[in-house]
Design a protein around this ligand. Structure first.
Ligand SMILES: NC(=O)c1ccc[n+]([C@@H]2O[C@H](COP(=O)([O-])OP(=O)(O)OC[C@H]3O[C@@H](n4cnc5c(N)ncnc54)[C@H](O)[C@@H]3O)[C@@H](O)[C@H]2O)c1
Length: 432
């Protein structure tokens, strides 16, 4: 039986649910928005463009849950709490119609935990549909099947995501934090720890953000600016989830706890942009004359000071070139950005069967100019391997595959082919 999605019931209308509802209504779907209270739904409805509200019905879980029987896709986007999600799935399962598909938008709870003990009907029809925030802007849509999810259900989500919502679909596995956040959060959490020795050596946070921005093809938020955007509380929760669910030998285990000063910030509510006046690693202060001043929370002495420009003198403008520079900036780029590339290169096939899904997830979810494997190609994989070995490190799995295959790059034929785990080149699948 092929499935088609023409209507969407969104359960939970916070940041993500309201975005998914807005995107679905914009695609012309009939949408049901439900939440715990009328107030919560009304707040969520504000995210839907006025022109599309005629397609949207609203209600509460207690009064209107039975209405989901009229919808093709039941999309759960409530709080990130396993028992709460399971309880809602239990209420929904007997109410949804045969042929409907159901998903969770969890950022990191394994699907196997959400659906454990549920009947086959649900286990066949369920997936994780992981959107990125803001839903209507970010291209990435990670699609994660469960052990028993049928191919036609995945096909229905994939085709709806690509064709109706215009997203870039990435096929991920049911592993902690999936693809984008597994690698993106490693960059941030390892970055907080590894940056300490550079701060001690006199490098400012502005310079650290500057080096870990444009010179390596990342957005200008770099490291601290990105965490300010996401929130230190979210990073702490991500770390705790990683501590529980990362494989025992994963090098990310060394970084799951926030460093001491950052823990103090978390305790004071100094979480980032959302903390407004309390700020995060930075904040903007409004002066009496109406002008604004940028301040930096200096991690070297835990005090606020005026923000200063990044010192990027001597940092090469050529994309990625800084990583091989014999300088403090070069060492920072090699350790934090290069460390993330090495981490990503060790995660095939654990989180993805191929390099293409990883590159797409990082470009579409974190706005990197090049995905990790594209960047390794740009830097020269042989040169990267040489440096790893010179430092006595282990060559990551995918770089080893490349070396064993006597290949010189992860992509060939102008990017139309990628190197597989079998050491042969395969056609890059079309985007969508
Ligand atoms: N915010 C992000 O950047 C982001 C990105 C990807 C995935 N996610 C995931 O999406 C889901 C929703 O996140 P969000 O950021 O939209 O959260 P949110 O806090 O903005 O919204 C959560 C919604 O859940 C409802 N809710 C609260 N307690 C509930 C309960 N006991 N039972 C049922 N509903 C309840 C709230 O009324 C609210 O509307 C989470 O699983 C989160 O991990 C978030």
């Amino acid at each position: 039986m092929s499935r088609s999605i023409e209507s969407v019931a969104v359960l939970g209308c916070g940041t993500m649910g309201s975005g998914i509802a807005a995107a679905s209504a914009a695609a012309g779907c009939k949408v049901l928005m439900l939440d715990i209270s009328t107030e919560a739904v009304e707040r969520g409805l504000a995210a839907v463009a006025e022109d599309h509200r005629n397609l949207v019905e609203t209600g509460t879980f207690d009064a209107d849950l039975a209405k989901i029987a009229d919808y093709d896709w039941i999309c759960e986007a409530i709080v990130e709490d396993l028992p709460t999600k399971r309880e809602l799935f239990e209420r929904v399962e007997p109410l949804r119609k045969d042929g409907s598909v159901i998903s969770s938008n969890t950022s990191g709870i394994p699907l196997s935990d959400i659906t454990e003990g549920f009947p086959d009907r649900l286990r066949n029809d369920v997936a994780i549909t992981h959107f990125f925030n803001p839903v209507q802007v970010m291209k990435l849509f990670e699609l994660v099947p469960g052990e028993d999810t049928t191919a036609e259900v995945i096909e229905a989500f994939s085709s709806f995501g690509a064709n109706q919502l215009g997203k870039g679909v990435v096929n991920a596995k049911d592993t902690v934090n999936f693809i984008g956040n597994r690698i993106g959060c490693f960059f941030m959490l390892s970055g907080l720890h590894l940056a300490k020795s550079f701060l001690i050596n006199g490098m400012s946070q502005e310079t650290i953000d500057g080096v870990l921005g444009k010179p390596v093809g990342l957005p200008p938020t770099g490291l601290y600016g990105l965490i300010d955007l996401i929130g230190l509380d979210v990073m702490d929760l991500v770390g705790k989830n990683l501590e529980v669910n990362l494989p025992a030998d994963d090098i990310g285990r060394a970084y799951t706890e926030l460093p001491q000063i950052e823990q103090g910030m978390l305790g004071r509510g100094q979480l980032g942009r959302k903390a407004r006046a309390l700020g995060g690693f930075g904040k903007v202060e409004k002066l009496e004359d109406g002008s604004k001043k940028k301040l930096t929370f200096d991690l070297r002495n835990a005090e606020w000071r005026d923000a200063e420009p990044a010192d990027l003198e001597g940092v090469p403008a050529d994309l990625g070139a800084v990583i091989f520079e014999d300088s403090l900036a070069g060492e920072l780029a090699w350790q934090i950005f290069g460390g993330t590339l090495r981490y990503a290169a060790d995660l095939v096939p654990e989180i993805s069967d191929d390099v293409v899904n990883i590159d797409r997830a990082i470009k579409w979810g974190f706005n990197w100019a090049l995905g990790p494997f594209e960047m390794l190609d740009h830097l020269g994989p042989a040169r990267v391997i040489e440096r790893i070995e010179a430092e006595g490190g282990d060559v990551p799995a995918m770089l080893q595959v490349l070396r064993d295959a006597e290949a010189s790059s992860f992509y060939s034929a102008d990017g139309s082919q990628y190197l597989g785990l079998d050491g042969a080149y395969h056609d890059v699948p079309a985007e969508g």
